[in-house]
Design a protein around this ligand. Structure first.
Ligand code: HEC
Length: 126
């Protein structure tokens, strides 16, 4: 009896194969930090083009992300369209926005959620 009970218990709370595993929840910090949470994403996925040197060669995207004030301009809905900032519209691949990273790929959902939370908090340089 004990054995059957254990088997039932184990099978009830263990996953038998990878496809049963629930998606990893996105654990956003209470306060998203620019330095600790946002900047690493930008460095990894955006700086290859939007660094202080190479941004000058981008067609019309003269956005130097190493200059925080420029980055901040692109977080403002007033500078975007459809009531959405270019930064958010671009990374979400919203219709009418230029999909970023340019030329392919997309940030994962958790990275997008992190940047959105930071922008919604007013994009502080924290
Ligand atoms: C392979 C180079 C490249 C990468 C990587 C890249 N971008 Fe861009 N980005 C561009 C180019 C080129 C433009 C200009 C596009 C245009 O105006 O048609 C641009 C423009 C922009 C603009 C200006 C607004 C606009 O729509 O023109 C924003 C904001 C932006 N990128 C955000 C990002 C973010 C955020 C990432 C990282 C997730 C990223 N980019 C990664 C090349 C890149």
């Amino acid at each position: 009896m004990l054995c059957i009970g254990l088997v039932t218990l184990l099978s009830a709370c263990s996953y038998t194969n990878a496809s049963d595993t629930p998606p990893t929840p996105c654990a956003l910090p209470q306060t998203v930090s620019y330095q600790n949470n946002v900047l690493p994403i930008l460095k990894e996925d955006c700086y290859s083009c939007h660094n202080a040197k190479d941004y000058q060669t981008l067609t019309s995207g003269t956005l130097n992300m190493e200059d925080f004030s420029q980055l901040h301009e692109y977080t403002l809905t007033s500078n975007g369209h459809n009531n959405t900032s270019f930064l958010i519209g671009n990374i979400r691949h919203d219709p009418g926005f230029v999909a970023m990273p340019y030329g392919g790929g997309k940030l994962d959902d958790c990275e997008i959620a992190t940047i959105e939370a930071w922008v919604n908090a007013g994009a502080p340089q924290n």
